[in-house]
Design a protein around this ligand. Structure first.
Ligand SMILES: Cc1cc2nc3c(=O)[nH]c(=O)nc-3n(C[C@H](O)[C@H](O)[C@H](O)COP(=O)(O)O)c2cc1C
Length: 463
């Protein structure tokens, strides 16, 4: 829980919303993926509501799936490249953090460092990079590979990638540039630091050709939950996007990760853990049930089966009937390890059939879904927050813009009434919103405070 006792909230925008059938909802923008005005409106709604950040996920592919099912879903099929979108949204907003995904498996560290540094300058210090290693085999096939990197291998690459990017962000000292037209001196040579990285997977000379950013470094976010992910996150991440499905899962992950952060000599309060949370809100519990039933009724059975198969690492469920019990012996795939584990736990604990599991997962692709009245939703969020399950949430509106409007209108006032969420921004940068310090450059000469002179010497000095 944050030292100021307030939740941190991200607005995780999947164009039409996170429910798999969101695009069919009357209050959803079906062409959202390529409708820039839609993004401006939802980003401004989140900013007016004082959210910490908006977040745009990304896959560098159209996933491989049964075409019948694929042609009936709108998620990650056709939408803007997220960094292009962030830089377009920067001038349309003034305070809200701008976070997007860039994969360490299918990008170059120099490009990622340069793009997020540029967005941090353009936005006045609001950029955040969601570091992922990609989870889809189809992504590998767009970058000259037949097979995706193995789980462990891609996280080792990610560790080196993060080391390079943070090193490049420290290329220039804050006061490197003098731009003195009289003397003709543009920058202080001693304040420029080439990286000269030579590693297992990358060699990058640097320096970066973008000055040190308003935040010092854009905020590093990381999504995931496996052991491999935790190793990288404990060393580099400042915000964690995860997907526990129960408070027990959340508390275990929270304690584990904060402990690992401390083992790197870092302050655990400088890492914010924000589980994904999709809220189906009604003015009453009954109305919320109706909303949820309506959304579920929009799901085409083939889409539900396809999404479950994808979340379970493209497990072949075709030989089972939908009403068969969820098979609990599916092999762990090379894709997501934590989501696979959380969904298996849920199916085992609740004895779910394949159909029941598919319909649960379809709500937010394996992330937590809560439904109820504003008080009931606030109760569950407060329980996780006060129960050491999280430092806030990455809100996943089930349909957009309607689901976000409901949360802002109905749930936020309740969270504020309980003193759990801000009423005004604390500052201008994403770091100030999150309560994260501005990191010093690794080359910064630590200012050695003159040791306090002993009293006798001071009196002598003052004569
Ligand atoms: C809230 C959230 C957002 C995510 N966003 C992305 C994304 O934008 N792109 C992506 O490839 N994976 C994304 N992932 C998936 C993770 O990167 C990761 O592959 C997955 O959580 C499994 O991680 P693990 O194998 O370390 O457990 C996201 C996961 C979560 C929980």
């Amino acid at each position: 829980m944050n030292s100021d006792g307030k939740m941190r909230l991200g607005a995780f925008f999947n164009p039409t919303g996170h429910h798999v059938a969101s695009w069919r909802h009357a209050r959803a923008q079906a062409d959202a993926g390529i409708n820039f005005q839609h993004y401006v409106e939802i980003a401004r709604t989140a900013e007016r509501a004082k959210f910490d950040m908006v977040f745009f996920a990304d896959n560098v592919c159209v996933r491989e799936a049964n075409m019948e099912a694929l042609s009936r879903s709108a998620q990650y099929i056709a939408n803007f490249e997220p960094l292009t979108l962030l830089s377009a949204l920067a001038p349309m907003t003034s305070h809200i953090g701008l976070v997007a995904t860039a994969s360490t498996s299918y990008n170059e560290p120099f490009h990622v460092a340069r793009k997020f540094a540029s967005i941090d300058h353009i936005s006045g210090g609001r950029a955040g990079w969601n570091l992922v290693t990609s989870g889809q085999e189809a992504e590998a096939k767009n970058f000259g590979r037949e097979k995706h990197y193995a789980h462990g291998e891609r996280y080792e690459r990610a560790r080196e990638f993060a080391e390079i990017v943070t090193g490049l962000w420290d290329s220039w000292d804050d006061d490197a540039f003098v731009r003195n037209k009289e003397t003709g001196q543009f920058f202080h040579p001693e304040k420029l630091h080439p990286l000269n990285h030579k590693g297992e997977n990358f060699s990058v000379r640097g320096p970066l050709n973008v000055p040190r950013t308003p935040q010092g470094r854009p905020v590093i976010v990381q999504a995931g939950g496996s052991e491999d992910m935790i190793k990288v996150a404990a060393e580099f991440a400042e915000v964690i996007f995860c997907a526990p499905l129960s408070l027990d899962n959340a508390k275990t992950f929270y304690a584990e990760l904060k402990g690992r952060v401390a083992s790197y000599g870092r302050d655990p309060d400088q890492v914010k853990i924000m589980p994904g949370l999709s809220c189906i809100i009604g003015r009453t519990a009954a109305e919320a049930e109706e909303q949820a039933a309506h959304l579920q009724s929009l799901i085409h059975p083939m889409v539900a089966r396809e999404i479950l198969s994808m979340v379970m690492g493209y497990a072949d469920l075709s030989r089972y009937a939908l009403d068969d019990p969820m098979p609990l012996d599916l092999p762990q795939s090379n894709m997501s390890q934590s989501t696979f584990r959380f969904v298996m736990d849920m199916a085992r604990k609740e004895n779910l059939t394949i159909k029941e599991t598919a319909l649960r997962v379809a709500g937010a692709r394996g992330k937590a879904v809560v439904k109820g009245s504003p008080t009931q939703i606030a109760d569950q969020m407060e329980e996780w927050f006060r129960g050491a399950g999280c430092d806030g949430f990455n809100l996943m509106p089930p349909f957009l813009p309607g689901g976000l409007d409901d949360f802002v209108e109905l749930v936020l006032p309740e969270l504020r009434r309980r003193g759990l969420f801000r009423t005004e921004y604390e500052g201008r940068t994403l770091r100030e919103h999150l309560g994260l310090v501005r990191p010093p450059s690794r080359y910064a000469v630590p200012v050695v405070k003159a040791a306090a002179k002993p009293a006798s010497e001071r009196s002598r000095a003052s004569g």
